[in-house]
Design a protein around this ligand. Structure first.
Ligand code: V47
Length: 318
């Protein structure tokens, strides 16, 4: 495993017993746990481990698709792809094609952190470079694939580094149009190697959403990931350019609960999510991963006795 300065859940190989190391069977058990439930997407967060190679991930995607063909596989980031393609001695275009044929449906936004080398060197030196991150997304877009983009902000970067990051994303989006949503990720400082840094305040968070919305006018969506920022701030962000607060979620990775988020067991019912959106006068629309409308909840009447489970995503379409 690479060293990660800001992650509260990553562990080096020498401390592997403190981390997560799942076998293919363990991971398939997690997928099977949701059989019969209205789950639309599995978001697979990886990690760089020598035993997880190209064949391993391709086989994993194939097994998920064989088990549940309609489940959208949103998996891994350029950090893992760069590593496994290099080990397999193949280029990005060939590698992404193999992943697509194995069942990969889209790439999540992770691993972007801050592209500018002055900052990336200090917080994510082991990870692929900003150029490599962008190049892998570009190859994926050329294959017709869609992906998301993130930016980890509020640590040692300056505003100029954030703007550089947005500019790089904007330029790639102008070339390919393959990004769906931009997700600013606020640095949380609990139990990681950057815990000495204070977290930025909520005004900064909201300003960052507003600037991102204006700068990335070629992105269709701006997402506030509520398990990271808390459900109340996510609700507020809907007045600052955000149109997507993600879904009901079941954060088995604990990326944010371990990093100090207010949300300790991130899962909301559909009813809670709908209420959150309605309270601020917005329209709750369930979407799938590719932003097709699944259901309009504007006039939905919820029965207090009913338990609403599921991993639906409810963006607000303005
Ligand atoms: O790349 C890790 C971030 C990312 C911390 O595509 C942290 O829909 C804040 O990308 N404080 C992975 N952030 C998660 C990710 C993501 C999440 C939700 C939805 C989507 C999507 C993508 O989490 C990493 C890193 O930037 N992260 N540690 C931390 N302490």
């Amino acid at each position: 495993m690479y060293d990660c300065k800001f992650s509260s859940y990553s562990r080096l190989i020498k401390k592997r017993e403190e981390g997560w190391e799942y076998t293919m069977e363990d991971m398939m058990d997690i997928v099977r746990k949701y059989d019969g439930q209205p789950v639309t997407e599995v978001h697979i967060v990886g990690g760089v481990l020598p035993q997880y190679d190209l064949q391993f991930y391709a086989e994993f995607f194939r097994q998920i698709k064989a088990h549940r063909p309609d489940l959208h596989v949103k998996a891994l980031t350029p950090v893992e792809y760069h590593y496994i393609f290099k080990k397999a001695k193949i280029g990005y275009a060939e590698g992404m094609k193999i992943m697509q044929e194995a069942g990969l449906d889209s790439i999540p936004g992770g691993g972007a952190e801050i592209f500018h080398p002055d900052i990336r060197q200090q917080i994510a030196a082991d990870k692929c470079t900003g150029e490599q991150w962008l190049a892998i997304h570009e190859e994926w877009h050329k294959l017709g694939g869609r992906s998301n983009a993130t930016m980890l902000y509020g640590h040692i970067e300056g505003y100029e580094h954030r703007i550089h990051h947005l500019e790089e994303l904007r330029k790639l989006q102008d070339r390919t149009g393959g990004f769906q949503t931009f997700i600013p990720l606020k640095f949380r400082n609990q139990d990681n190697q950057m815990s000495h840094l204070p977290e930025v305040n909520v005004v900064e968070d909201l300003r960052n959403y507003a600037i991102s919305r204006i700068y990335l006018d070629n992105f269709d969506h701006l997402k506030a990931y509520w398990p990271m920022i808390s459900r109340n701030i996510a609700q507020l962000s809907l007045a600052y350019g955000v149109d997507d607060i993600d879904g009901t979620i079941d954060d088995t990775t604990k990326i944010y609960s371990m990093a100090g988020s207010e949300e300790q067991s991130p899962a909301m019912s559909t009813r809670e999510l709908v209420q959150l959106i309605r309270q601020v006068g917005r329209q709750p629309i369930e979407r799938d991963t590719l932003y097709h409308v699944v259901k309009d909840y504007t006039n939905e009447v919820f029965d207090a006795e009913t338990t609403y489970l599921g991993y639906v995503a409810l963006p607000v379409l303005n």
